[in-house]
Structures are given as C-alpha cells and as structure tokens.
Write a protein that binds this ligand. Sequence first.
Ligand code: KG4
Ligand code: ZN
Length: 340
Amino acid sequence: MSQAKRVLLAIETSCDETAVAILRGFDEVLAHEIYSQAEIHSEFGGVVPEVASRNHLATAPLVLDRALEKAGLRISALDAIAATTGPGLAPALLVGASIAKGLAIGASKPFLAVNHIEGHLLSPFFGQEKIPPHTAMVVSGGHTLLLDIESFGRGRLLGRTLDDAAGEAFDKGAKLLGLGYPGGVRIDELAKSGDPNRYEFPRGMAHSGDFDFSFSGLKTSLRVFLEKNRPSENDLPDICASFQAAIVDVLLEKLFRAAQSNDRQLAALSGGVSANSALRAKATTEAARLGIELKFPPAGLLTDNALMIAFAAAHRLANGMTHSVTEEISPNFSPASLFR
Ligand code: KG4
Ligand code: ZN
C-alpha cells in the first residue's frame, strides 16, 4: 500500500471532548465523531479533571464503535492507531492513550503518540501533504503560542502567554459576566451587537517589543470595572465587544509583526479562539492590507477534535515516526515536543 493511503484511527481525550476519527491518506475523512462533555462541566464553571476522565471512560468505547461503523471498517483494516498523549489533563489523557495502546497491542498495529498542539498547529493545512513555511498562532483554551514554521517538525517558538491563555481570558471574562462555561462563544455572540470602542480595556504587553502575551491583567480590569460601574444588562453587548477587542488587537498585532519580521507571506490561526468572528474579520482585513495570505482550520477542526490528531499522526507516520506502547503521557507542554 502506498504511504499516502494508509488508514489511521485517532483518539482525542485531552480535555472535555471524547473524539475518534479515521483518516485515509491526508485528506479522506472516513469518520469524525465528537462527544462533548461541556454541558456536564458547565455546572462546575470549568472542566473537572476526574469528571472528564470518568466520562471519557464511559463514552470512548461508544464513540469508537460509531466511528468504525461510519467508516465501515474493522480494527484489523487499520494501518496504525494514534492518541493524543499531551498536553492536557492527565486523568483525561490516560483514557484515550490507554484505549489506543490496547487496540494497537491487540491488533498488532503501530502506535502513534500525538501532541495536541501539533494537531491544532497543522489543522489549517488539513488535507495537505506538505506544510508550507508560515507564521502560526495557536489560540486555544489552554495555550497561546506564536511560532515560525519552516515545514512539518521544523520551526521555532517565537512567544507564548506568560499567564492566562486567550481562550481562558474569554472563559474567565464570560464567568465574571455571568455567561456560563465555556464562554468564548457567548462573548462572541453578544459582541456582534456591541460597540468595541465604548469601553477601554488594557492591551496587555502590546508594546513589549517581544512576541509574548499576558491576559491576566485584562481579566482583573474587567472584574474591577464590573465592581465599580455595576453595568446593566443593556451594556452587556458593548462590554463583550470592548473586552473581545482587547484580546483580538494584541493577538493580531503580534501575529502580523511576527510574519513581517520573519519574512513570511503566509499566516495561520488555529485552536478554539480562531473561531472568534471579530478575530477572523480583523485578521482578514489586516492580512489583505499587508498582502499576507491567511489560513484558518476548516469548520469542524477549530475546537478540539480527533481529525486534527489523525492528520498530525499521518504526518508523523509519513516521516517514519511511530512510538513504543510504553510511551508516557506528557500533560505539560514543551515547545521542543513540536520540533525534531
Ligand atoms: O482548542 P479548544 O477547543 O481547546 C483547547 O485545546 O483548549 O479551545 C477551547 C477554547 C475555549 O476557551 C473557548 O471559550 C474558546 O476556545 N472559543 C472561543 C470561541 N469558540 C471557542 N473563543 C472566542 N470566540 C469563539 N467563537
Ligand atoms: Zn485544543
């Protein structure tokens, strides 16, 4: 069988999505199943690791069966089995990784350990066999990373958040505004009818001259603003739009400055926050003004999913990488894990 046509099954359980995907080659989606636990965790105001783990354990076999059924395949027909092994919540990662290892051992298939961030990072290029040189920004609930990418497995970290991630800023802001968890989408929706210039929120580290970020000051300023002003329900859209603009402005200023200073003509955004409509609109305008091509992940690959993990696994496999079933999970992110 040609290398490009190998069939991979991937399991993703790093946070609160239980997901299984089956991919043939780099672009043929045979299954793309996601079960979200968000509703279960919303009553706690955030993801509770043990609750996530227990739910993955109960749900993953069902999601796995559904994926195999959709693909019309048996496990024996797969060429390799992949799982996210980090970064993420340790008790949650253990479930998906253990299932994938069990399947790999039972069916005598190669096992692939996949980095969750690599999944997001490659997702704008889904379907492509070659990853082009570009400036990448991964903005998720857990991470805010700016990277210069040469090709698959080659590149360097330019900057990252020093405290809260961009998605975390959205979620914590939403919590302060009483909008529930996860709040990024709610802020995005409310902001659509709001005025982003009505309130002034701080653009953390916008002029620091480097490519790092800080969002914890923004969260504090929203808290202080709410305590002082006690705004009414009618002010909510303007507050959301103004708060969102503070996040979007800093992200994009650094993304495009990084692209220009590294002479890149292509920039790619990924991770849950790349679904944000204000971020997409402003990035599109700014990219056109600067003559930089812009890429986003396709719909369905923005927030956590297993298809991006299968795609990253396909690249790993094409580069001759498989892993021992003794491979450990890596709950913490290390930039070195993305580069070889
Ligand atoms: O990539 P992801 O699904 O999970 C992690 O790997 O963390 O990202 C989830 C994050 C959450 O913080 C969520 O609030 C945020 O992405 N998010 C958004 C939007 N959709 C999801 N933030 C702002 N606007 C959105 N439309
Ligand atoms: Zn993610």
